[in-house]
Design a protein around this ligand. Structure first.
Ligand SMILES: [Mn+2]
Length: 500
């Protein structure tokens, strides 16, 4: 290996794989010997605070000139639109420019963009938010659209008040300067109560994973330090300590949140770790910190269903509020090539969707972020489409919770079973086989409930169907009988006429 290759490997390893605790300390000592940090050392080129454009990226325009009352602004022309049409807001929802708009519109979920990508070695995630705004592929949008989530028959687009809150302010030359502004921006939404005691839920679309630090910090600003747990879906543990002197990049937000006592170690529940780091010492450090992690090694050993149940149980253990940080690289690059640090061997969409939906239905999720979507390396629209669906699954879960559908792994019987009597099919040996019995709670459906349930419409529908069959047969028979009589009369007449 020549020195250039070696250097590239070291740089890559440091950039994407800052390791933890004792390993981190060793790495740090080595780095200090090689590139000592001198007392009082500052960046060699300071910022020009006299520059009149210094804060231009975060300066709001004067909304008082808009001549309107606070509230939601619908920017669409039509009540119904196709997925690929219309003004591209998140889910084609109305926009809210200010916290007063959120308040007046009684918004429950504010979706916002974080076009940050300097924390990633591979740029392009800054284009993620607008790729997401254009990622709808489902039926249509608007108040006349009918597009429930099929697994649950719950339609979050109808059940929830959702708005596009615009993008967080970003200094495209500095992650460090951006993060405080992002934290304030997210907090400005979370602080709004749409009902007494119920705060707006932020959904942040990134953008690189550095966002996790300001996003979670904004929630702890409102809900209190230590009160927020984080379900962290990721191929990577993102708890790095060192990154070329920077205290934050997309591999470091977990460490930052712990270091600043905003989120204690046991409040982190990580899902989907795989690849070739962390190493042994870092895993030991994670255990010392009490972090709860579920790697793909655990999935390989125990199966996804078992791991999903563990995560759901831990989500409701040890903290009052929950934030979900979903790095799209959790999902296998076969389905999501469009991300900065792809890692083979990840979750299938079919595994990721139910756990996200369940977490948002079965636990107290107060915020969500979808990060590391990078359309520059998305050869098709597939990564944005999968990202869209991940967020829709969470919104479906939030809508289910609002309706009280919080039973473990609720699935709509209407969508999952073609007929109610499947529920009572006995096993071939005559004994009742438990595998063939669907629990009563799952078949409490107004149309296709079990025939024994007098409250459902199955009986009347069956009677109406049989009546229809009999009527059709009777009409058909009398018609055919008439035609056949007519035909034989005509043949007789013809026979008469041709008779010599
Ligand atoms: Mn990440």
């Amino acid at each position: 290996m020549n020195s250039r290759v070696f250097f590239a490997l070291v740089v890559t390893a440091i950039l994407i794989a800052p390791s933890g605790s004792s390993a981190q300390q060793q790495l740090g000592l080595e780095l200090e010997q090689r590139a000592p940090i001198r007392p009082g050392e500052q960046p060699s080129i300071p910022l020009d605070v006299e520059d009149p454009s210094y804060n231009l990226w975060r300066t709001l325009r004067d909304f008082s000139q808009d001549d309107r009352e606070p509230g939601l602004i619908n920017v669409q022309k039509y009540d119904l639109g196709m997925a690929w049409a219309g003004i591209p807001t998140f889910f084609r929802k109305p926009i809210a420019l200010t916290p007063a708009d959120l308040k007046a519109g009684k918004v429950e979920v504010a979706v916002m963009g974080g076009y940050l990508d300097m924390g990633s070695g591979m740029r392009g995630a800054a284009l993620g938010p607008n790729a997401f705004r254009n990622s709808d592929v489902y039926g249509g949008w608007g108040p006349l659209a009918d597009a429930p989530n099929m697994h649950t028959m719950v339609d979050p687009m109808k059940d929830l008040v959702i708005a596009d809150f615009g993008d967080a302010p970003i200094d495209i030359m500095s992650t460090e300067r951006s993060l405080g502004a992002i934290r304030e921006f997210v907090r400005s939404a979370v602080e709004v109560e749409y009902e007494p005691g119920k705060n707006v839920m932020p959904v942040i679309i990134g953008g690189d994973h550095s966002l996790m630090y300001p996003d979670v910090a904004a929630l702890t600003d409102v809900y209190g330090r230590g009160n927020v747990g984080v379900i962290h879906f990721d191929a990577h543990y993102d708890a790095g300590k060192y990154g070329f002197g920077h205290l934050i990049n997309h591999g470091m937000p977990v460490y930052r949140l712990m270091e600043e006592d905003l989120v204690p170690g046991p409040n982190f529940i990580q899902v989907g770790l795989r690849g070739y780091y962390p190493g042994r010492e870092t895993f030991e450090w994670m255990r010392e910190e009490g972090m709860r992690y579920h790697s793909m090694a655990e999935v390989e050993r125990d199966g996804w269903d078992a791991v999903m149940e563990r995560v759901i149980a831990e989500a409701n253990d040890g903290h009052e509020y929950l934030f979900i940080s979903f790095d799209i690289d959790t999902i296998d690059p076969a389905f999501v090539p469009g991300t900065g640090t792809p890692e083979p061997g990840g979750l299938l969409p079919r595994e990721a969707f139910p756990i996200v939906r369940r977490l948002c239905a079965e636990s107290n999720v107060v915020g969500f972020e979808l990060v590391e979507l990078n359309p520059l390396v998305d050869q098709t629209y597939v990564s944005a489409m999968v990202a869209n669906r991940v967020v829709r699954e969470c919104l479906t879960g939030v809508a289910m919770r609002k309706r009280g559908l919080t039973d473990p792994h609720y699935i709509s019987p209407l969508a999952a079973e073609h007929a109610a009597f499947v529920a009572e099919t006995p096993a071939s040996d005559g004994d009742t086989d438990e595998r063939n019995i669907v629990p009563a709670a799952r078949i409490a459906d107004p149309i296709f409930g079990p025939p024994s349930d007098g409250s459902n419409l199955f009986g009347p529908m069956a009677v109406a169907f049989l009546f229809g069959v009999v009527l059709t047969a009777a009409v058909g028979f009398s018609y055919r009988a008439g035609r056949s009589r007519e035909r034989s009369d005509r043949s007789a007449a013809v026979a008469r006429d041709v008779r010599p």
